[in-house]
Write a protein of this length. Sequence first.
Length: 192
Amino acid sequence: MDAAVKLIRQNGFGGLRTVEVADLAGVSRGALMHHFPSKHELVVAVLTYVNEITFTQSTRRAQSARHDGGDPIDSIIKDAQDFFFGDYFFIELAIGMSDESTRRLKRETQQFARQTRFSIEATWLDTLISSGIPEQLARDVLALTLSVVRGFSVRMLIENDPEHFSRLLAVWRKIVRQHIEDSIPKQSRKRP
């Protein structure tokens, strides 16, 4: 799986060759074909694998943020950066943006990718609500924060400037914290 992830990220979905996956993984082509008889099945397995990893990591991080008393906004941004700036998002993006010849693959993988992301978002929403943020405000903060991070990750395609993005995310943290503070009456807050 890791070899396929690396090669899809490096060469794109269209440039993925199963023989290269076998070579990089250190297995014979026959062994690879035994487990994944087609490129299609390999890619579906890869996306299933990366979605399971993403779900586990994000859920663990959200539960930790809920119980450690830290700032959930920082945890959401970190989690979003790990996903949207990492290989897994760009693999899903490459497949999602591929041509019509991959319609079946897109249809099969888009559904579980959506389920994974929506489940992760629901976990983060619960974390925000449990920190004392009213539900609608929590929904807005979560959607905007994920959109900001996702926007920066796509921006990396034309401008790879991590320091600039880090500075702008620090600005976003201040903006969203001030918005939360302005939106919740002091007597209703669980945390300062």
